[in-house]
Write a protein that binds this ligand. Structure first.
Ligand SMILES: Nc1nc2c(ncn2[C@@H]2O[C@H](COP(=O)(O)OP(=O)(O)OP(=O)(O)O)[C@@H](O)[C@H]2O)c(=O)[nH]1
Length: 320
């Protein structure tokens, strides 16, 4: 009898030893998975405070474990995004796993962009006990997407908006002006004698002059206006909040004066002038195509007049 009981007990001890060895092995396996993971992993308590972070997350944020433990997850959100921490807590309380894109402050002040996936842990009463979050660093992907977006919408030489972006803004301005019955102006600009600069001083000087022209153009406008490069030595401007033709003429005059001033490029002093055509919504056209055509036509008339002494910006439809 005693022998039988002794045998059962030995068997149980062996089973327990086997179970605990297998538990230790399983824990070691999960621990290395978490520690070697290429994604950041953290555990948060019900108040969204870090209770665990894996080494990868510490590296992603450029912070130490000591710096993060006990700190709220949303204290790393950029200031413009603080409200979304509250929204996240509310969503988690409903028990739904979520996945979202989030920027987080790194120790050096830069921002990490990550896809955050979270799994809430609720108690029987539905209270949030904790959350496991995983973070995938997409900063590089985000930067290259922004770069592609920038290249698609900007002129690579001057950094101004390009023609497609200008047209997109023009369409939005039309919708707003139609709705609010306001005016705006489209300016078409073409440099005069620019070819001479290229031919006498070289293409690199020509390029530098175009860059300086873009800067002078920007400085002549309000931040709400949109200067753009159409291509070559042609530029376009969208002037918002214009009430009269005289106002648009005033801005065109300011641009002319800025571009008429001599340029010093790579030690060479050179001068160019600019011919400007203006079209006003709704006076000169009610759609993008008519407005740009009118501004272009007015610019050509200004250029022709510029060859005679009475030069200056031209507007709208030709007389007659
Ligand atoms: N440096 C440089 N030149 C360019 C660029 N794009 C176009 N051009 C040159 O710009 C010149 C534009 O020609 P035009 O508008 O006829 O030259 P212009 O002397 O200003 O002529 P008018 O407008 O009649 O006074 C051409 O010589 C083009 O080769 C560029 O990105 N860089």
């Amino acid at each position: 009898m005693l022998t039988a009981a002794f045998c059962v007990s030995r068997q149980r001890t062996r089973e327990l030893a086997r179970t605990s060895a297998s538990l230790r092995a399983s824990e070691a396996r999960y621990s290395s998975l978490v520690n070697l993971s290429h994604d950041g992993i953290a555990a948060l308590d019900g108040e969204m405070r870090f209770t665990f972070i894996n080494p990868r997350l510490a590296r992603m944020l450029g912070r130490t474990e000591k710096d993060l433990l006990g700190r709220r997850f949303d204290s790393l959100y950029p200031s413009h995004d603080l409200g979304s921490g509250q929204t996240l807590a509310e969503r988690l309380t409903r028990g739904h796993p979520t996945s979202f894109e989030q920027q987080l402050h790194k120790a050096d002040g830069s921002l990490l962009t990550a896809i955050v996936a979270d799994t809430p842990d609720l108690d029987a009463a539905g209270r949030l006990r904790g959350v496991i979050v995983t973070l995938t660093d997409i900063s590089e992907r985000k930067q290259s997407e922004q770069r592609v977006q920038y290249l698609a919408t900007h002129d690579s030489l001057t950094g101004l908006a390009n023609r497609p972006m200008f047209l997109e803004h023009l369409h939005s301005s039309l919708l707003i002006a139609r709705r609010h019955k306001t005016r705006f102006a489209v300016l078409f600009l073409d440099l005069d004698r620019f070819k001479e600069v290229n031919d006498t001083l070289g293409h690199a000087v020509g390029d530098a002059l175009l860059v300086e022209t873009a800067q002078r153009l920007r400085r002549s406008l309000r931040a709400s206006d949109l200067p753009a490069r159409q291509g070559g030595d042609e530029f376009m401007v969208l002037l918002h909040d214009i009430k009269t033709k005289a106002e648009a003429l005033g801005v065109a005059d300011k641009i002319s004066q800025a571009i008429d001033r001599p340029f010093t490029v790579e030690g060479h002093e050179c001068r160019v002038a600019v011919s400007i055509g203006i079209a006003l919504y709704p006076d000169d056209g009610g759609d993008a195509e008519t407005l740009t055509r009118q501004a272009d036509g007015a610019m050509y008339r200004a250029k022709t007049a510029g060859r005679s002494p009475s030069r200056g910006p031209h507007t709208g439809r030709p007389a007659g």
